[in-house]
Design a protein around this ligand. Structure first.
Ligand code: 26W
Length: 818
């Protein structure tokens, strides 16, 4: 008889081939005798998906039976990128698939290129969530992610005449094989209406009578771990009109309006907000947040109640993690569920809530913290506003007992911000209710303690922790840099580092081995060739492989100082122009690569992009300069572009003014790919230095403790002559568009230079010179490159997740038997 325990799917090349053809014929509905690359990709993905589903089921059943404490990771953003290669690698059947496809006349790598990115997030926070999901699965933690299934992900960046234009990213156009639509997993989510008081058994109860109902439908995305059968779930919600509308139409006869209303419901999960700086207090954004929170909590509570009968057990069985404040309405929602629906007493409910939530903040400055106008909240979620007021009232009473009537401090700490417009401070709410408040690097936590959340730290020092961010070596080495992956495994004599990145330190043993150097150099060369081809295809610029590939890719922000980079490039250009033939021979050729998106409403960031193009046009067309200097802007930077760019980089720049980058995770990906860093002592760079020493990277710029004082000096600050000179060139229209760049130049003029570009310019140039010097000593550079990879183990998200699991969530691995 057929044994269920064996499962249905075999993984030998012949079975895989049969499976793929089967999907060509019956899923894609193409003839198995004739199908193109895209159709082959679709069939291939479906065959991978089948294997994911089997493991997903087995994991789910095993966890359900074992009943461990579960983690629910709540995040409004996940930047997953592509799934095919990652899945096949984590399933451990990459060679079998390659062989199966070869025999069918296809190449795995070519088909993998057919996949579009899932870009349901903005930047650092969202990609971090994706890396952490990979680690949670790999380390066998019983965890689920919850998020929103936006129909439009982060906008596509198109450059026209050097200006950024945004185009919608309708990523579901060609179908998404990685998700499983759960038409039966739906919940009603309610909005608006009024709160009424009703008598129940002689007690007064508040009851919310909502005015609008929308349905949330679950879409499950299996996330496979590496070297384990465990496959966890990322459940994303989509909004669908509730049937309630149909009834109304029937009753009122207003059929047309009801159909229009249905459309309105669907807009909730339509589009990702593309701003990673400011919260604009928009109703749709608030609706998204609550829609996500309500559906997720209904799902979580239902699952809890299936297995447990008493809410006292909730903190032992459920950990809820708030990825930034975006999901923090969960706090009010869980109180509403426990008090209004489950009829627990307020104190009991609050006690439970305070034991289940933990919180990570990804921002540094107080101005970046999320606030919701009270009026807006009161109209959309009237009952929640009452609950928030009650939480705040209790908190203020407790606080008065602890600190007395220090009204300034009380008002700073209040969840409700008083003023012309009243706001709910979501960070204060999250801190008050969470048992742990996490920073994303050591330096970040220091800033939170000393500045942003000083009052709270003094009240509850024990709540504050840091978990330095990390990235997954599965995506950032194994998937994106297969030749480096093979080289590392060969020289370490094992693939175990893919699950245990600490083993990368073993590379230190070979740091002086010339054979190793030789192979290392070849790997970098192959990756540089790949990148050079891409650059030529994108921009028409031919670049020399002998040049140093110098990369800065990340969201465009004033604090990340892409402008400092561009001004440095202008300086370099200016110097070369003024050199004689002999001196030019000593110049280290550079290909400067910049990429990143600006938030659509962020004017200064958009001007930085335009300046980059204007400078590039001048330099790249200057035949007098030739290969000594090139500048290219890589459009539409996203996860899959990163996978191509990062392995090809020699040097990468991380230039944030000290104290402004909470952590930074790009740097870790570059490290893992043997790329040297040129950076300020900001965010996690401080710990990178700790790990590999000052001689292994090029450090520059003001230290965090100097920044405030430098700012105070303002107009009296000394700025190098070179800085004034390059700024003048831009101002005078050397790169054209004089008027357009004026406001950009003003932001860094003496007295106005908040991010201290002028102050840091001198040491920036010195660091650049040191990089040039090291590059012409290949042995030295090679050593630094090897030591970068060897020291990158600490920056694996596996380490981060293990710290969260042990110190914050208190969850244990739950490994599904093979
Ligand atoms: C809607 C407004 C909004 C949206 C997103 C404001 C702020 C955000 C994020 C919190 C911004 C973000 O991605 N922060 C980055 O998080 C990374 C992961 O922890 C850090 O490495 C970066 O330093 C931090 O800027």
């Amino acid at each position: 008889m057929f044994s269920l325990m064996d499962g249905f799917l075999k993984n030998d090349p012949l079975s895989l081939q049969k499976d793929i053809l089967n999907h060509v014929e019956y899923t894609v509905a193409r003839s198995r005798f004739s199908f193109d690359d895209f159709e082959a990709y679709q069939a291939l993905s479906h065959s991978v998906r089948d294997r994911l589903i089997e493991r997903w089921h087995d994991t789910h059943i095993y966890v359900k039976r074992t009943k461990p404490k579960r983690l629910y990771f709540l995040s409004l953003e996940f930047l997953m990128g592509r799934s095919l290669s990652n899945s096949v690698i984590n399933l451990g059947i990459q060679d079998q698939y390659a062989e199966a496809l070869n025999q069918l006349g296809f190449e795995f790598e070519v088909l993998a290129e057919q996949e579009g990115d899932a870009a349901l997030g903005n930047g650092g926070l969202a990609r971090l969530s994706a890396c952490q999901m990979d680690s949670l699965a790999t380390l066998d933690y019983p965890a689920w992610g919850y998020g929103l299934r936006y129909e439009y992900g982060l906008f596509r960046q198109v450059i026209v005449d050097g200006f950024q234009h945004e185009q919608p990213d309708y990523w579901l156009n060609f179908g998404n094989p990685w998700e499983i639509e759960r038409i039966h997993v739906t919940y009603e989510v309610k909005f608006y209406g009024t709160v009424e008081e009703v008598d129940m058994n002689g007690e007064k109860h508040k009851v919310w009578v909502p005015g609008e109902t929308v349905e949330a439908v679950a879409y499950d995305n299996p996330i496979p771990g590496y070297g384990t059968r465990n496959t966890i779930n990322l459940r994303l919600w989509a909004a669908k009109p509730s049937n309630q509308f149909d009834l109304e139409a029937y009753n009122t006869g207003d059929y047309i309006n009801s159909v229009v209303n249905r459309q309105r419901a669907e807009t909730i999960s339509n589009v990702l907000y593309p701003d990673d700086r400011s919260h604009q207090g928009k109703e749709l954004r608030l609706k998204q947040q609550y829609f996500f929170v309500s559906a997720s909590l209904q799902d979580i509570i239902r699952r809890f109640k299936e297995a447990h009968s008493n809410f006292d057990e909730l903190p032992d069985k459920v950990a809820l993690h708030l990825n930034d404040t975006h999901p923090s309405l969960s706090i009010a929602e869980i109180m509403r569920i426990l008090v209004d629906e489950e009829h627990l007493g307020w104190n009991k409910a609050w006690d439970i809530a305070c034991k289940v939530f933990s919180f990570t903040t990804h921002t540094v400055v107080a101005e970046g913290l999320e606030k919701i106008p009270v009026d807006l909240l009161g109209s959309l979620l009237p009952r929640h506003l009452q609950i928030l007021y009650e939480i705040n009232f209790n908190f203020m009473e407790e606080l008065k007992k602890r600190i007395g009537l220090d009204y300034n401090r009380l008002s700073r700490m209040s969840i409700v911000e008083e003023g012309a417009v009243k706001n709910i401070r979501m960070a204060n709410l999250s801190i008050v209710c969470s048992h742990t408040v996490n920073g994303v690097s050591k330096l970040h936590l220091d800033t939170l303690k000393m500045r942003t959340f000083k009052d709270f730290y003094e009240l509850w020092p024990e709540k504050f922790q840091f978990k330095t961010n990390g990235v997954t070596q599965r995506r950032w080495i194994v998937v994106s840099n297969p030749s480096l992956c093979a080289l590392i495994s060969k020289w370490l004599g094992t693939e175990a580092w893919i699950r245990n990145a600490d083993l990368l330190t073993g590379l230190r043993d070979h740091v002086d081995n010339t054979d190793f150097h030789q192979e290392w150099r070849m790997v970098k060369k192959v990756n540089k060739m790949r990148l050079a081809e891409y650059i030529e295809a994108m921009s028409g610029v031919k670049v020399s492989l002998d040049a140093m590939f110098d990369v800065q890719v990340k969201r465009i922000h004033e604090y990340k100082r892409q402008l400092l980079n561009i001004l440095g490039i202008i300086h370099r250009y200016d110097c070369i122009k003024n050199m004689d033939k002999n001196d030019r021979k000593k110049v280290v050729p550079r290909v400067c690569i910049i990429g990143g998106k600006a938030a659509p409403g962020y004017e200064i960031a958009k001007k930085i992009i335009k300046l980059c193009h204007a400078v590039a046009e001048k330099i790249n067309n200057d035949t007098d300069i030739g290969d000594l200097l090139k500048l290219v802007f890589i459009p539409d930077y996203n996860v899959s572009v990163a996978e191509l760019v990062i392995p090809g980089a020699d040097l990468s720049q991380h230039l944030s003014t000290a104290g402004h980058e909470a952590s930074g995770t790009g740097s870790m990906k570059f490290l893992m790919n043997g790329c040297l860093l040129l950076a300020t002592a900001d965010g996690s760079t401080v710990e990178i230095i700790e790990e590999m020493g000052l001689d292994n990277l090029f450090l520059f710029g003001a230290k965090v403790q100097e920044v405030a004082e430098l700012r105070e000096k303002g107009p009296t600050l000394k700025v190098p002559l070179q800085f004034a000179r390059v700024l003048r060139m831009v101002r005078d229209g050397y790169f054209g568009h004089k008027d357009y760049f004026k406001s950009l130049c003003d932001t860094v003029e003496i007295g106005n230079d908040f991010y201290l570009l002028g102050h840091d310019f001198g040491s920036y140039l010195e660091a650049q010179a040191a990089a040039d010097k090291a590059f012409v000593e290949p042995e030295k550079w090679m050593r630094m490159s090897i030591l970068s990879v060897a020291g990158s183990g600490r920056f694996s998200s596996d380490r981060t997740i293990q710290e969260y699991a042990e110190r914050t969530w208190k969850i244990d691995p739950c490994r599904c038997p093979l």
